[in-house]
Structures are given as C-alpha cells and as structure tokens.
Design a protein around this ligand. Sequence first.
Ligand SMILES: Cc1cc2nc3c(=O)[nH]c(=O)nc-3n(C[C@H](O)[C@H](O)[C@H](O)COP(=O)(O)OP(=O)(O)OC[C@H]3O[C@@H](n4cnc5c(N)ncnc54)[C@H](O)[C@@H]3O)c2cc1C
Length: 458
Amino acid sequence: MGILCKIASMFGFGSCDKSDEKAAVKPAVKAKAKAAKKTSVASANGKKYVLIGAGPASVRAAETLRKADANCSITMIGEEVESPYSRMALPYYLSGMIKEQGTHLRKSDGHFDGLNINHVHAKVEKIDAKKNKLALNNGDSYDYDQLLIATGSRPANSPFPGSENKGVVNCWTIADGREILDTIKPGSKVALLGAGFIACIIVEAMLKRKVDLTVMLGRTGQMVSRMMDETAGEMIKSWCEAKGVKTILPSSIKSIEAGPALKRDDGSLTEFDLIIVATGVYSNIEFLDDSGIKTDQGILVDASLRTNIKNIYAAGDVAQGVDFSTGGQSVHAIQPTAVDHGRIAAVNMMGGASHYKGSLGMNVLDTAGLVSTSFGSWGGVEGGDTTTLVDEENYKYVRLNFKDDLLVGAITVGRTDFIGVMRGLIQSEVPLGEWKEKLIEDPTLIMNAYLAKSLDVA
Ligand SMILES: Cc1cc2nc3c(=O)[nH]c(=O)nc-3n(C[C@H](O)[C@H](O)[C@H](O)COP(=O)(O)OP(=O)(O)OC[C@H]3O[C@@H](n4cnc5c(N)ncnc54)[C@H](O)[C@@H]3O)c2cc1C
C-alpha cells in the first residue's frame, strides 16, 4: 500500500484509489495505442469515449471503461506534459517523503499504452456539443460519442498586485513542486499566502524542509476557516506558532514586489526567497462558455454525474454534484470524491445505471503533526444541538452537531481515534436515541454510541 493510500485509509477514506500502485484493472487490451491525430478512431464496433483531464477522476474513468469494454476507443486529453499524477501527493514530494515518480497515479511504464488508452497532451479550448466535437490548442479536433469533463480546479490568483514577480509560485502542479524544491534550502525565508486546507498541508512540508516560514492568515485572522470553527482554527494557529511559524494578517500586506518581497501597510519591504500563493481554488469551467453546458461554481451534474447534455458527464473537482449533507449540489474538491465520480460516470457513459449518493464534506488535515478533521455540517444546523469538549493546553478538541437524534457534523483536533466512527455515524444516519444525551454529556463516548446503535441497526 502506498503512502497516500495508507494516509487515506488511516483516516477512513474508504474510497482511496487502492490501485495507486497497481493497475486497477488487468489490461483488457495489450496492443500499443496508436497516436490519434485529428480525430479519435473507434475500433470496429467500439464507441468513442473522450475524457478531458488526466487527473484521478479521468484515470479512474478510463480504466473503468476499458475494464468493461476491450474494443472501445478511449482518448484522455490532459494539458500537462506529465504522466498522470496526484496533486494530493505534492506535499509529500516537497517534504522529501516521496520522489517525483511517487506522485504518479500509475507507476508502471506504458500503463496507459498497455490498456490502449490514448493519452494526448494538449489543452481543450472549445466543446461543440451539437456536433460532438472538441477543439484543442494544437489545432487538432476530436469527435466523441460520450464525453467526460474532468478538468479539475486551479489555484485562485493572489489578492495582491505583483504575483507575476519572479519567485512567486503556486503549489498546484509538479512543475510548481520542482520550482519550489529548486529554490528552498534549510533557513530559506518563505512566505505562504493563505491558511486554508492546502496551505496547512504545505506548512507541514515546509517545516520538514526547515525553512523560516511566515503564513498569511485568513481575513478574520483564522486558519482553515472554511472547514473548521474558531476554536479549532485557533488551536491549529497556536500549534503552528509554537513550532516557530510567524503569522501575519492580509490587511498588513499592500503588494508583492520584486525580490520577491511583501510591501507592508507601513511601507516597509520584507524580502523572501520564495512566496507561495495558496489562497483558494476555482473549478476549471471557463472553456465551457458558449458550450450550452450548465455551470454554477462547477459543472452542474445529477446523481449519475450527467450534465444537462445527454452524452456529456463531469467528474471530480470540476463537478458540482449531490451533497450528502444538504441534498443540494456542491463542489467537493477532494481526491476520494474525484475517484468515485470517475468510476460512476464511466459506468453511466456505457449505459449503466450507477448513482452517486452524495459526497460527505470531509477534511482530514495534518498540520505539522497536529491532526484535525471536519465532517458534514461541521458548523451545526439551524435548530440543532451541539456539544464540545476543549482541552486547549493539550491541543485536543471534539465538537459534535446533532439534528434531532442524528449526528450530522463533527470536528476534532488532536484525536484520530474517533474519525472512522464519526464518519460512519453521519453517513449511515443511524438514530442515536438515548445515546444523543449521553454524547452531549460526554462526546468521548462516541465509539460506545456507534457500537450500540450501529449494531442495533445491523
Ligand atoms: C497541494 C495539494 C494538496 C492536496 N491534498 C489533498 C488531500 O490531502 N486529500 C484530498 O482528498 N485532496 C487533496 N487535494 C485535492 C486533490 O488533489 C483534488 O481533489 C484532485 O486532484 C481532483 O482530481 P481531478 O481529477 O478532479 O482534478 P485534477 O487532479 O486537478 O486533474 C485535472 C486534469 O485536467 C487537466 N486540465 C485542466 N483543464 C484542461 C483543459 N482545458 N484541457 C485539457 N486538460 C485540462 C489538468 O492538467 C489535469 O490533468 C490536494 C490538492 C493540492 C493542490
């Protein structure tokens, strides 16, 4: 089991792509892929499947299609020159825990050729949904019977002018990872603009590289404010500060200057060796303008991952699909959701009837050794009940949110023992009955509640 799978399964990400190191499917076709130019060519009776993107969602979809149909034509178009890789692995690459090849989603040479999956390195610029055709930035065009859009997301621009200066990077692609590693050494001065989920993971990697780190907090002065409440965010912040991380507020920064340097509100310049921008993410949907595909924050999809157009599906970070907690549609930009989406979309593209029952908003974060989690409605629900247990001195926190006698959301800091159980109780929607009051008195009884009530239901 690879390091990513170990981490994912440790925290109850049951849907970790276990084929991380092995092919998910046995090659149905051994033939070498022919370089498809201009248009993808279906074999004898095969359908033409085109997948845009070469991340976890697309890779899983391509392998699912091939496993079921040895004859269809599968073209996976990704704009990066790399072998398909996992962005989730970048922090482990940065910290030195894995080498670059360890970030690859499939480790064996020729994996995609062996499955007769045609991996094209180009950017899709336009979709003509009426003619079932795509236009690429290299002048080629592809037609399709069924299309999957899995273009993921991209980092938000820095909120300050000057991010084009040398030494200002994102941490999004392998190319970014290489640039960061080429620049930093122990003692380097690094500013990290952002304090969200991805920024916190980068903190961990930077501290392992022993850099002198300054982190720009969120507008409210909090860390991870989109996935944790104030108590948890404060604990994570003071944990980082205790590890030597300096924190600054966005309001204290005017601009990014050459150097690179941060111009502060008092006019002074603080120089850095590197400035990493990690201030949020957006789904990659701009190229869909005029395509007729309906979008909001992402591409709107139903439970089968189908868009408003019959033969076009979307999966992963770019898809705005069923949300387990709210019943509405949300973008859940995490890898387990992307992998699930990819598989389910592929089944449906082949005419199957697989439904996604909704992703549970779920975050598991290791910030310089302090593990924190949030699940479902972590901020509570209107008219619901909440119980908390705080031990600031030892960086331990548990929060449980209930609606009637159901557990609907939870947060933990400094405790990994409850993670699987919390997720299980929320997802299985087991009525807690008398155990709700016991948990309000003592949230640490959650394992007992799980065993009592889940076994009842079983
Ligand atoms: C630093 C970092 C740490 C992370 N840590 C975690 C974590 O711990 N746990 C977790 O669950 N998730 C984590 N994530 C998020 C996770 O990586 C994403 O949820 C996952 O990559 C989504 O997969 P995807 O296939 O939808 O999109 P992506 O992996 O983004 O792949 C999208 C693909 O589409 C391509 N593309 C985009 N536009 C076009 C176009 N127009 N034409 C052709 N190709 C295009 C891209 O080049 C790429 O190949 C992390 C992300 C980052 C950046």
